[in-house]
Ligand binder design. Structure first.
Ligand code: GDP
Ligand code: MG
Length: 737
C-alpha cells in the first residue's frame, strides 16, 4: 500500500502550488501542445461518474438515464477573486471545418456559480444542438456520441485547482435503434485515449451495489496503467448496499484485502435518484459514522477526503512528470523553431524581398556552375546522382556518338576488304573490319543506354511534352548498299563516261542519313531532361520551403522551355544544313579516306595476281620477304576487266562513304558544341542562367511580392507558430520558478 496516510499540510501546500502551475500552463493553452496532468473519471454507464463530478465540483450534472453523458466534459476549477463560469466547446481534432467553425462559435460566460446551477440544463441542451447530438432518441437525426469536448471553467475565490474529465460510460450491448456496435467502439476508444497518457490519474468509478468483477473499467485501466500507479478506485452508491455480508465485502475491498489497487479505493455517497436538489453531503455522509463504515480510515470515505486525495495525487504525478514535461516543452519549441526556419524570414519591404531572392539566386548559380563544371567536391549534395550534371551529359553524349556511329546510316557501307568475309560484316559498315566493335562492347553499350533511358522517363516531365521526343530504339542498318547505289545510278545517269552527276551524291546522302533526325531529337531530348531534372532538384535544394520553390519555378518555367526549344531547333538546324545543302567539305580527312579506299580497292583487285616476293638473305640464300608483289602487266589487265557501271558504282560508294564519315563527325561535334554546350550549358542564354541575380534585379516590385512576399496562409502559419513558441516558452518559465 503506497497511500500516505494523512498528508502533511506542507505537502498539501506544495502540491497545490504545483497544481497552480499546471493550471497556469493550461491557461497558456499548453495542454494543446503537450499532455498536462489531469484527472479522468471513467467507468461503466450509470456507475455514478456524473454524480461523483457533481459531488466534487457541485455542478448539477443531469443524471437521468436518457441523458447520460454523450461526450467528454472537461471541468477545470481555478481560484480567482471574482466568481464566474466559462463554457465552450473544443471541436474533435478530426471534425470537418464546417463543424469546427460551428462549435467554436459556442461560448458562454456566466457571472457567479449560482446562475450557472440554474441555467445549466438549458445550456446542455444548447450544447447538444451545437454538437449535433440526437436529443430525441427515437429520431434518427444527429449522432448519439460526439468526440467534441465540452469545457467548463469554474472560477471563484473558493475553487480548488482541479481539472477533471468526465467521459461517456463504457457499455457492452447496443440498444436497439439508439446505439450501435460502432458507438461501443467509439466510446471505448475515447476512454482509452484519455487514460493512456502517463500524466492522467484514472478515477475508476465502481458502483458498490454491483460485483466489481463485472466492471470492465478496471481491466481497461490495467491495460494502460500496468503498475496501477495512477488508478484510484472510487466506490459509489454505498447507501444502496443493504446486506451485512455485502457491506463487509465492501469494507474489505477498501481496506485492500480484496482485489487490491496500488492507490486503493475511496468510498463516496453521491446524490441518488430519489434525493432532491438540496441534497447535502453533510447529512448524506453521516452513514459513514455508522457500522461497519466507521471502521474504515477517515481519509478513505467521503467527498472531502477524496478531493484532498485527488489534489495530492495530481500533485505527485505533476511533480514526477515535471522533468518530462520540461523536456516535452523544449522538444516542441525546437520543432516550432525548425518550422519557422523553414518558413524563412518574414519579408515585408521590396528591398528585403529582393535581397532574399537574390541570395537564393546566388546560391543556385554557384551550385549550377559547380554541377556544370563537375566540381562535385564543392557541395555534399553532389552525392546525389541527379545533381551530377556534367557527368550525365558526357555519358549521354558519348553514347550518342557511339550509337550514331554504329547505327545512324540507313545501309551498311561495304569496304572492299569486307567482301571476302560477308558473314562477319557487322553494323559498323563504315569502318575497316579490324576496327569493328566487339559484340561484348556493344552489349555493354546498350545496357548502359538502357540504364540511362530508365533514369530519364519523359512522363516525369509532362511540361516538356511539346519539346522532347523519344523513339522506340534505333534499327540496325540495312544490307544491300551496292544494289541500291546501282539502282540510283541507273535511274539518274546521263551521258557520262565513267563519271556521275552531283545530284546522285546529294540524294544518296540524304537517304543514307534518314535516321539522323530521330536519333538527334532523342539525344537532345535526353540532355534537356537531364538539365531539367537538375534545375528542378537544385532549385528545391536552395528554396527553404515548397511554396517559394513553386513560385520561383513557375516564374522561370516558360523561360526555361523557351531555352530548351532554342537548343532543339539549333540541333535541327545543323541537321538540315547537313542533309539539305550540297555535300561539301574542306576537311582533308575526306580525301584521305577516299584515297585509302581507292588504294584498298586496287589492292583487292590485284590480290589474285600477287605472288610472294623472294629476297636474298644475309647468307646469300633466297627466302620469302613476307611482301606480295604484282607484275605491271597484271595491273593493266585488272583495270580492263572492270565494266563502266561497276566502276561508277564503286566510285559513288567510296565517295559517299568518305563524305558520310566526315559529315557524321562534323554533325555530332556540331550538335554537341552548339546545341548542348552553347545552348544548354555554358552560353549566355543557357537554362542554367535562367534563375540568376540579374533576373532578380529585373523583377518589378509586384513580381517580387508575388514570389517572395508571404501568402496569407504562410502569414497565418508563422503567426500561429510564433504564438506557440511564445506559449511554450512562457510555460517553460512557469515550470522553472
Ligand atoms: P454515469 O452514467 O456514470 O454518469 O452515472 P450517473 O452519475 O448518471 O448515475 C446513475 C444513477 O445512479 C443516477 O440516478 C444517480 O443519482 C445514481 N447514483 C449515483 N451515485 C449514487 C450514490 O452514491 N447513491 C445513490 N443512491 N445513487 C447514486
Ligand atoms: Mg454520466
Amino acid at each position: 500500500m503506497t497511500v500516505e496516510e494523512g498528508a502533511s499540510d506542507a505537502n498539501l501546500l506544495n502540491s497545490s502550488e504545483l497544481l497552480k502551475k499546471i493550471d497556469k500552463l493550461r491557461e497558456k493553452n499548453v495542454g494543446k501542445h503537450v499532455p498536462l496532468p489531469q484527472l479522468v473519471v471513467v467507468g461503466d454507464q450509470s456507475s455514478g461518474k456524473s454524480s461523483l463530478l457533481e459531488s466534487l465540483t457541485k455542478i448539477p450534472f443531469p443524471r437521468d438515464l436518457e441523458l447520460c453523458t454523450r461526450y467528454a466534459t472537461q471541468i477545470t476549477s481555478r481560484r480567482e477573486t471574482e466568481s464566474f463560469v466559462e463554457i465552450c466547446i473544443i471541436p474533435a481534432p478530426d471534425a470537418s471545418l464546417g463543424h469546427k467553425t460551428k462549435v467554436q462559435c459556442f461560448k458562454k460566460t456566466l457571472k457567479g456559480t449560482d446562475d450557472f446551477r440554474s441555467e445549466f440544463p438549458a445550456i446542455l441542451k444548447e450544447v447538444n444542438e451545437y454538437m449535433e447530438i440526437r436529443s430525441d432518441l427515437s429520431s434518427k437525426d444527429g449522432s448519439v456520441f460526439s468526440k467534441d469536448v465540452l469545457r467548463i471553467e469554474l472560477c471563484g475565490p473558493t475553487e480548488d485547482y482541479l481539472t477533471v474529465i468526465d467521459v461517456p460510460g463504457i457499455f457492452r450491448d447496443p440498444t436497439d435503434g439508439i446505439t450501435t456496435d460502432n458507438d461501443i467502439e467509439l466510446v471505448r476508444d475515447m476512454v482509452k485515449n484519455y487514460i493512456k497518457d502517463a500524466r492522467t490519474v484514472i478515477l475508476a468509478v465502481l458502483p458498490s451495489n454491483v460485483d466489481i468483477a463485472t466492471q470492465e473499467i478496471l481491466k481497461l485501466a490495467k491495460d494502460y496503467d500496468v503498475n496501477g500507479e495512477r488508478t484510484l478506485g472510487v466506490l459509489t452508491k454505498p447507501d444502496l448496499v443493504t446486506e451485512q455480508s455485502a457491506k463487509a465485502a465492501l469494507c474489505s475491498l477498501v481496506l485492500g484485502h480484496k482485489r487490491p489497487l496500488t492507490l486503493g479505493y475511496h468510498l463516496v455517497r453521491n446524490r441518488g435518484a430519489d434525493d432532491n436538489d438540496s441534497f447535502d453531503h453533510g447529512p448524506g455522509e453521516r452513514m459513514f459514522d455508522t457500522n461497519p463504515w466507521s471502521s474504515l480510515p477517515r481519509d478513505r470515505v467521503g467527498v472531502q477526503a477524496l478531493r484532498r486525495r485527488l489534489g495530492e495525487l495530481l500533485g505527485q504525478i505533476t511533480e514526477r512528470e515535471f522533468p518530462e514535461l520540461r523536456k516535452d516543452l523544449k522538444i516542441q519549441i525546437d520543432l516550432c523553431q525548425q518550422d519557422l526556419d523553414r518558413l524563412g524570414p518574414a519579408l515585408q519591404t521590396e528591398h528585403e524581398q529582393r535581397a532574399f531572392l537574390s541570395g537564393i539566386a546566388r546560391r543556385f548559380q554557384n551550385f549550377a556552375r559547380a554541377a556544370r563544371d563537375a566540381h562535385y567536391s564543392e557541395d555534399a549534395a553532389f552525392e546525389h546522382s541527379d545533381f551530377r550534371l556534367l557527368t550525365h551529359i558526357v555519358n549521354l553524349s558519348d553514347l550518342f556518338n557511339l550509337v550514331f556511329e554504329e547505327k545512324a546510316h540507313l545501309r551498311c557501307f561495304e569496304h572492299p576488304a569486307l567482301d571476302t568475309d560477308k558473314g562477319k560484316q557487322g553494323a559498323s559498315g563504315d569502318k575497316p573490319p579490324n576496327a569493328c566493335k566487339e559484340t561484348k562492347d556493344w552489349a555493354r553499350l546498350s545496357a548502359k543506354q538502357n540504364e540511362t533511358y530508365e533514369s530519364l522517363d519523359p512522363s516525369n516531365f509532362p511540361e516538356l511534352e511539346q519539346i522532347i521526343s523519344r523513339g522506340t530504339g534505333t534499327e540496325d542498318p540495312k544490307r544491300g548498299i551496292k544494289p541500291w547505289i546501282e539502282e540510283l545510278y541507273l535511274n539518274s545517269r546521263g551521258l557520262d563516261l565513267g563519271t556521275f552527276g552531283g545530284t546522285i551524291l546529294s540524294s544518296a546522302f540524304k537517304e543514307q542519313t534518314i535516321k539522323w533526325e530521330l536519333m538527334t531529337r532523342e539525344y537532345v531530348s535526353n540532355i534537356i531532361m537531364v538539365v531539367h531534372r537538375f534545375l528542378c532538384t537544385a532549385l528545391g535544394k536552395v528554396c527553404a520551403n515548397r511554396q517559394l520553390y513553386d513560385r520561383v519555378w513557375s516564374s522561370i518555367l516558360d523561360d526555361l522551355l523557351e531555352r530548351y526549344k532554342v537548343a532543339m531547333s539549333q540541333a535541327l538546324f545543323l541537321l538540315s544544313v547537313e542533309r539539305n545543302r550540297r555535300p561539301y567539305t574542306l576537311n582533308d580527312y575526306f580525301s584521305d579516306n577516299l584515297q585509302k579506299m581507292r588504294g584498298a580497292r586496287v589492292a583487292r583487285m590485284l590480290e589474285g595476281n600477287a605472288r610472294g616476293e623472294m629476297r636474298k638473305n644475309d647468307n646469300g640464300h633466297w627466302a620469302s620477304s613476307g611482301n606480295k608483289v604484282v607484275d605491271l602487266e597484271a595491273v593493266k589487265e585488272a583495270a580492263i576487266n572492270q565494266g563502266n557501271v561497276e566502276h561508277v558504282k564503286e566510285e559513288i560508294h567510296d565517295i559517299l562513304w568518305s563524305y558520310y564519315k566526315v559529315s557524321r563527325k562534323r554533325f555530332v561535334d556540331g550538335v554537341y558544341m552548339q546545341a548542348v554546350e552553347h545552348c544548354l550549358l555554358t552560353g549566355p542564354e543557357s537554362p542554367l542562367e535562367a534563375f540568376s541575380q540579374d533576373w532578380v534585379i529585373n523583377l518589378t516590385a509586384d513580381q517580387l511580392e508575388a514570389i517572395a512576399g508571404e501568402s496569407p496562409v504562410a502569414k497565418a502559419r508563422r503567426a500561429s507558430l510564433m504564438q506557440k513558441v511564445e506559449e511554450l516558452t512562457a510555460a517553460l518559465l512557469i515550470l522553472k520558478f
